[in-house]
Design a binder for this molecule. Structure first.
Ligand code: NAG
Ligand code: NAG
Ligand code: NAG
Ligand code: NAG
Ligand code: NAG
Ligand code: NAG
Ligand code: NAG
Ligand code: NAG
Length: 399
């Protein structure tokens, strides 16, 4: 940069001008790869998969922070993998348009994910609509020829990545899970909208596993399975300001499917409204041996609107009633706090703690709970559960 000798006022102006210029260049002059320049077409029919892949290859090769830009329009995309490691730690995927999965579910139905990011450090998805066109696959799974249907793809998956931000994304009608976070560190999901029919199978809103430091905030999830499901190997997960429904609620588990499993610890779920969901807050483990655990879990400031099973610990999960020798879960559940939870249940049993006979739940705390059924009191049931009650708790605790 050339230094020009000026009087004080002018050098200040020049300084402001240069600062302005450098800010400007951050937004405009940093390389921006528009998928349209790689042959992408927002006409809803042209296969734009390769254009997206080429934009990614360029962005990932860049040694500076870059933006991949998807303008308005409907972009038909087959299953695609965006792989790192990249030469920079700051790719922004700014999506003003809609990405459309093939309407023929077979095209992506056998891949793990429709849109997969892996081994990426520093990636932001900004905006965007993802339409998984899952309805035809759900119908297939619901039909008499269901054994011929593919499993289905997760709409958006991040695996083995870190410093991931998903901001203001909308995901519609996924074949399977809408978003999966697997093997990641430092993830923020905010302003997410998930929408799928209440009878769509396995369409979890967000599934997280084997990850640490994940925040899910300010989001609205309505789907046919869990709004959020938490698998093994999770530590430091914050879930806050979520509206859930329809769906199966927020679930830690299923845990303990495998004998050797990494535990779940430090999970906070707060300021959540459940509306007409099958469950509210649930911890679910297989009824079989495992060395896993779930500890330091807090559910607080939660509203239940006509929820079937508002508060549940179920350690006897065994869907096929096979392969559960002894039927006692090895998962150790401890230090689970329920605070300020109120609203309505659609069944009389509003709290169910069905814990393992060999590994009872310990350190459960119930504080300020009020759950009613048809304007009447509800019931709590405990099996192998130990804990304390603080403040007003209705239904009466059963420890
Ligand atoms: C798409 O999925 C198929 C399996 O259904 C897989 O063979 C193929 O490699 C995937 N393509 C990409 C780019 O991930
Ligand atoms: C599956 O079939 C049942 C019974 O016909 C129906 O009630 C349900 O809505 C169907 N689900 C889907 C996803 O089509
Ligand atoms: C957790 O993630 C956030 C955002 O990704 C980051 O700012 C923070 O430093 C991380 N915390 C730890 C302990 O790594
Ligand atoms: C909670 O999330 C909704 C979006 O679902 C947002 O509109 C609202 O502002 C958030 N509330 C707070 C306190 O951030
Ligand atoms: C869980 O939280 C506790 C208390 O905040 C902290 O000491 C511990 O390091 C956390 N565990 C992990 C795995 O980060
Ligand atoms: C459970 O909480 C108690 C008291 O806060 C603490 O002493 C204990 O270490 C915690 N247990 C686990 C497994 O974190
Ligand atoms: C429980 O209720 C008491 C009395 O209203 C209040 O002081 C306390 O802060 C409440 N605790 C929580 C966690 O909401
Ligand atoms: C509950 O009680 C309120 C007033 O006490 C009444 O308006 C409402 O209809 C009742 N709801 C049910 C489901 O009985």
């Amino acid at each position: 940069m050339t230094i020009i000798q000026l009087d004080n006022n002018h050098s200040l102006l020049l300084f402001i001008f240069l600062v302005g210029l450098s800010n400007w260049s951050i937004f405009v002059e940093t390389s921006s790869y528009n998928v349209v320049n790689f042959g992408g077409k927002g006409d809803g029919t042209t296969d734009s998969t390769q254009a997206f892949q080429m934009a990614w290859a360029n962005a990932c090769a860049s040694t500076e922070k870059v933006t991949i830009y998807v303008p308005r329009g409907r972009y038909y995309i087959k299953n695609v993998t965006f792989s790192g490691p990249c030469n920079n730690k700051g790719i922004i995927f700014r999506i003003d348009g809609t990405l459309e999965a093939p309407s023929d579910f077979v095209v992506i139905g056998n891949s793990e994910a429709w849109i997969l990011f892996r081994h990426v450090d520093g990636i932001t998805i900004l905006g965007g609509n993802l339409d998984g066109h899952g309805a035809a696959l759900w119908a297939c799974k619901n039909s008499s020829y269901n054994t011929l249907c593919p499993t289905g793809a997760t709409t958006l998956e991040f695996s083995n990545s870190k410093n991931v931000v998903i901001n203001n994304l909308k995901s519609l009608n996924s074949q399977m899970f809408h978003i999966t976070i697997n093997g990641c560190k430092n993830v923020i999901i905010k302003g997410l909208r998930v929408s799928a029919s209440s009878n769509s199978p396995n369409t979890d809103g967000i599934h997280v596993q084997s990850s640490s430091n994940v925040t899910i905030i300010n989001s609205k999830i309505g789907t046919g399975d869990d709004c959020i499901s938490v698998g093994p190997g999770i530590s430091n997960l914050q879930i806050e300001n979520i509206s859930c429904g329809p769906g199966h609620g927020i679930s830690i588990g299923s845990l303990g499917k495998d004998v050797t499993e990494i535990g779940v610890q430090n999970v906070t779920v707060k300021n959540v409204v459940f509306s007409r969901t099958k469950n509210g807050v649930r911890i679910k483990t297989w009824g079989k041996p495992s060395n896993g655990f779930a500890t330091n879990i807090i559910f607080q400031h939660i509203v239940m609107n006509n929820v079937h099973n508002p508060i549940v610990i179920d350690q006897n999960y065994c869907p096929t009633h096979k392969a559960c020798p002894g039927k006692a879960s090895g998962i150790k559940i401890s230090n689970v706090t329920y605070q300020d939870i109120h609203g309505t249940s659609t069944t009389t049993v509003a709290i169910m703690f069905d814990c393992s006979p060999t590994n009872p739940c310990i350190g459960i705390k119930l504080e300020n709970i009020s759950l009613t059924y048809k304007n009447q009191t509800t019931e709590a049931r405990c099996y192998n559960a130990r804990g304390v009650v603080v403040g007003q708790v209705q239904p009466t605790a059963c420890f």
